[in-house]
Each structure stands twice: as C-alpha cells, then as structure tokens.
Design a protein around this ligand. Structure first.
Ligand SMILES: *[C@@H]1O[C@H](CO)[C@@H](O)[C@H](O)[C@H]1NC(C)=O
Ligand SMILES: *[C@@H]1O[C@H](CO)[C@@H](O)[C@H](O)[C@H]1NC(C)=O
Length: 173
C-alpha cells in the first residue's frame, strides 16, 4: 500500500514537472504573430521558409527573426556600398553615399538591441529595432529628395517587414 501511494505521488509530481516544463517552453503562436504583423503575407511566407520557427517558443522566435533582421541590414549595407562604387552620376553617388551612413546607424542600433534580446527586455528591443528601421527609411527619403529613381535597384522592404515581425514579438515578451 505504501509503495503504491509513493508511486502515485511520484507519478503525479512527474506529471506536474512535465506540465511546468512545457509551460516554460510554450510554443509561440505564429498565426497570432503574423496576424499582427505589418505585412501578414510576408510574415507567413517568412515563417514557412524558416523551418526552425515551427514549434519554437517566443524567445527562440525572437532570436531567429532578429538574426534575419541583422542579416538583412548587412545585405542592404553591402548592396548600397556596391551601388556607391558603381554610380557614375554624381547626384546618384551622393544619394547612395548618404544611405551608407543611414545603414551604418541601423546596424549599430541592432547591435545595441542584442543586449535587450539576450535579457528578454521586450520594450528595450522594441525601441532599438524601431530606431534601426529609421535608417533605411531615411535613406529612401534622401533618394526621393535627390529625385533618383531607385525602384529597380534598391528596396528595403524585406528589412522593414522582418523588423515588423520582431516588433510584434517584442510586444509579447
Ligand atoms: C508584403 O509581402 C508580400 C509577400 O512577401 C510582398 O509581395 C509585398 O510586396 C509586401 N508588401 C509590402 C508593402 O512590403
Ligand atoms: C541566439 O542564437 C544564437 C545561435 O543561433 C546563440 O548564439 C545566441 O546565444 C542566441 N541568443 C539568445 C538571446 O537566445
């Protein structure tokens, strides 16, 4: 009888710790996240094209999407730098050169955001990623001011859309 009871206690405490364990690693609701994203169809296809997002908890998802934002910012930076080199039109060169600075500051804001991400500080992450998004936006405004048509050469849409997902996640942290 005593052994039976002990067994019962053991089994229920085992079940309890399994339940607590699964609470700690709760699978993030990707549908809910993408439902709040600025570009919902971008968000859904992004999640589908990244198998690691499936079954991930919120901190993992924050890490994955933040990593994509960093990659996208460096790609944008490299792209703009090669456009500066290739530009022969002085106005165009000037516009792209100012963009290089805006991308540098975006990358630096993302580097600051890493600390907030690591400590699970959602509001801090939100502020710093929002700041990072201003770089490419300012770049595009500059180019519009210089009246250069860059629609076929340059687009920061993916970067903005990925950052948009990070912002949604940061609001859930
Ligand atoms: C939203 O995402 C879709 C699919 O990735 C893309 O085709 C479209 O251009 C995006 N819209 C904006 C405003 O970024
Ligand atoms: C994010 O993932 C990378 C590896 O993919 C890892 O080195 C890093 O510690 C992770 N950061 C957080 C905050 O989980």
């Amino acid at each position: 009888m005593a052994a039976y009871l002990m067994n019962r206690v053991f089994v229920s405490s085992l079940m309890l710790s399994v339940m607590i364990g699964s609470l700690n690693a709760q699978v993030a609701d990707i549908k809910a996240i993408c439902g709040k994203a600025k570009n919902q169809s971008f968000c859904s296809s992004y999640m589908k094209s990244n198998p690691k997002t499936s079954g991930a908890d919120l901190p993992t998802l924050a890490n994955i999407t933040f990593g994509s934002a960093q990659t996208s910012a460096s790609e944008g930076f490299n792209r703009i730098q090669s456009l500066v080199k290739a530009a022969t039109n002085p106005t165009l060169k000037k516009a792209y050169t100012s963009c290089v600075q805006h991308y540098k500051s975006a990358i630096s804001s993302l580097n600051d955001a890493k600390q907030s991400l690591a400590s699970g500080d959602g509001p801090g992450l939100n502020i710093k990623v929002s700041a990072a998004m201003e770089g490419p936006t300012t770049c595009e405004e500059d180019m519009a001011n210089f009246k250069v048509d860059t629609s076929t050469m340059y687009n920061s849409g993916d970067f903005q859309n990925i950052c948009g997902i990070v912002l949604v996640i940061s609001n859930m942290m």
